[in-house]
Ligand binder design. Structure first.
Ligand code: 5IU
Length: 250
């Protein structure tokens, strides 16, 4: 028996964080719950991909530190222009996991200056609640559980992590592979229509499975889209699958 869920409109009514509101507004406007993970090592591939899939996504998830040719002017300025052009958010999957002081430095300084351009950032909560205070003017997506085989995010960890997550105003939602409470947005990676996993521990489910069983608000798809022959068509396919599954659970 599938659980009924709150609509994006209902979540928007109670959302408090500006970036929670923003991503919900984009979802409603574009009729999409798709986040594309753009795990590229060159700026050209990243920008071409962002332009192709931009119309179909609510956010583009980056690992900015894997680019071989990162350059603030050549990478970030055009990326921000594409985000404006196609109306999607930039989600840097940095997975912070340190003490507050170090995270503050990693967030604003160094090569990537994430705080200058990211709308959303991912963070572990392993450093405790105070370690998350530094993430200002951004929405934090906290890692509750991971999709990889053998992850240490067992039910005890998740129970303790959830206490931190529910009480921190910078956090808009969780990355997880299980159902969570309605007040937080649920982001689920490990989504693929053709594969069940990779040879490095990744485990996949379909968009329909995660949306119907976990109540996922936003599916995160990487290789399923960017490795396909026609990424734009494939993005549209995931978008449509995700939206259909969402409508069926209302
Ligand atoms: N990602 C996961 N699983 C997790 C977390 C993050 O796959 O539990 I936390 C990231 C890693 C990669 C993307 O950037 O999401 C998934 O890519 P593929 O769809 O190519 O597996």
């Amino acid at each position: 028996e599938e659980k009924k869920r709150l609509s994006y409109e209902q979540k928007l009514e109670t959302a408090e964080h500006s970036f929670a509101k923003k991503i919900l507004e984009i979802a409603i406007e574009k009729r999409s719950n798709l986040i594309a993970s753009a795990d590229f090592i060159t700026t050209k591939e990243l920008l071409d991909f962002a332009d192709f899939v931009g119309p179909h996504i609510v956010a583009l998830k980056t690992h900015i530190d894997i680019l071989n040719d990162f350059d603030a002017d050549e990478t970030i300025l055009p990326l921000k222009d594409l985000a404006t052009k196609h109306n999607f958010l930039l989600m840097e999957d940095r997975k912070f996991a340190d003490i507050g002081n170090t995270q503050e430095l990693q967030f604003s300084y160094g090569t990537y200056k994430i705080s200058n351009w990211a709308d959303l950032v991912t963070s572990h909560v392993i450093g405790g609640s105070k370690s998350l205070d530094c993430f200002m003017n951004v929405g934090v997506v906290a890692i509750l559980g991971m999709s990889s085989k053998g992850t240490l995010t067992d039910s005890h960890y998740r129970e303790e992590a959830m206490k931190v997550i529910q009480s921190h105003p910078n956090i808009i939602g969780c990355v997880a592979q299980n159902e969570i409470s309605d007040e937080l947005l649920l982001f689920t990676p490990g989504v693929n229509l053709g594969e069940t996993g990779d040879d490095k521990g990744q485990q996949y489910n379909s968009p329909e499975h995660v949306i119907k069983n976990y109540g996922t608000d936003f599916i995160i798809v990487g290789r399923g889209i960017y490795k396909s022959e026609e990424p734009e068509q494939e993005a549209l396919r995931y978008k449509n699958e995700g939206w259909k599954a969402y409508l069926e659970t209302l």
